[in-house]
Design a protein around this ligand. Structure first.
Ligand SMILES: NC(=O)c1ccc[n+]([C@@H]2O[C@H](COP(=O)([O-])OP(=O)(O)OC[C@H]3O[C@@H](n4cnc5c(N)ncnc54)[C@H](OP(=O)(O)O)[C@@H]3O)[C@@H](O)[C@H]2O)c1
Length: 293
């Protein structure tokens, strides 16, 4: 999802060679099939392309899957990232690594870059270790910690909004937590910001959170309103009501003040949903399904 949006945005002003593993993504001028866990193939690709910058969005990004398939998660999230960092340093390429808000345990929220990490999932652990590897191996790096993403994905099954809408249209009841907070980001907006960072001279960790801290439940209702979807099957729940594996980090909202100081601001949820659902968005209007709230 994110890699596709970044590549689409970047090809407006740069030569982009977009890597994929299984399915060639649409709307891109140059694509290359590459399994990032194949060290030899990655080494050859970088030698052939000699990129000025690598924006590394590939990952096993589903925390539940990472918890079950630890070896595979480690291979792509940590092993492939470490290798890329080493190769980028060797080729003089700048590396932007996409990390996550789930490096934090979520007990406090509004995290700044210098706050201590303490992941509660194996996914978060792999990202913490990958951040360390990037810092160690490649001096010219950006570690962009990003948050829950929404927007259109090539598969139509990846955005937080897509998953919710698909489930509701299938008649599934969806429980969303009123005590789980995120600073969600709209994917095309985030892609624009990551490109700015890749082209800047900033080095280090930077938080890329949306302009609004919002609970998963309220976020879900906003999505339904924007997309004109009936939310009568959205049920308010508390984290303690369900046994989640891995455990939920309650508040991993990020303070993106550092980004703001660079003059860059990510959209709030209303702005992001308007970008995705356009003028059809019902945000700010009266509730389309008031009886089901
Ligand atoms: N989605 C979120 O809410 C969220 C939140 C915070 C941070 N992030 C981070 O943002 C980044 C992008 O996330 P996303 O949601 O866009 O993920 P995504 O849609 O699942 O995309 C991840 C991509 O990585 C590719 N990939 C996995 N293993 C690979 C390998 N061995 N070689 C080459 N490619 C491989 C996958 O290819 P296949 O299709 O072939 O599997 C997939 O296209 C990730 O680093 C993720 O950890 C995501």
């Amino acid at each position: 999802m994110l890699g596709h949006a970044v590549a689409v945005a970047a090809q407006e002003s740069c030569r982009v060679i977009a890597q994929y593993r299984r399915e060639a993504p649409p709307d891109l001028a140059e694509v290359m099939r590459l399994d990032l866990t194949d060290g030899q193939a990655v080494c050859e690709a970088l030698t052939e392309i000699t990129p000025e910058a690598v924006i590394h969005c590939a990952a096993m990004a589903d925390p539940a899957l990472c918890q079950k398939e630890r070896e595979a998660a480690e291979a792509i999230n940590l092993g492939a990232t470490r290798r890329l960092a080493r190769l980028c340093a060797g080729h003089g390429a700048r590396l932007l690594f996409v990390s996550t808000d789930l490096v934090f345990d979520g007990r406090r929220g509004r995290y700044v870059e210098s706050d201590p990490v303490n992941p509660v999932s194996y996914y978060g652990e792999t990202k913490v270790l990958a951040e360390e590897a990037v810092r160690r191996e490649c001096a010219n790096h950006v570690i962009a910690r990003c948050c829950l993403m929404y927007g259109r994905s090539p598969s139509g099954r990846r955005g937080a909004d897509e998953n919710l809408i698909n489930a509701l249209r299938d008649g599934v009841e969806v429980r969303l937590f009123t005590d789980e907070y995120r600073t969600s980001v709209c994917v095309p907006d985030l892609a624009r910001v990551l490109l700015c960072l890749a082209q800047s001279d900033f080095t280090g960790i930077i938080h890329c959170g949306g302009a609004e801290r919002i609970s998963r439940y309220d976020f879900g209702l906003k999505i339904c309103r924007a997309a004109g979807v009936d939310f009568s099957r959205v049920v308010a729940a508390k984290i303690a009501d369900l046994h989640c594996v891995p455990p939920r980090a309650p508040d991993v909202s990020l303070d993106s003040g550092k980004l703001l100081n660079m003059g860059i601001r990510l959209l709030d949820v209303d702005g992001g949903l308007r970008l995705i659902y356009g003028s059809a968005s019902r945000l700010g209007e009266s509730d389309p399904f008031p009886s089901s709230a």
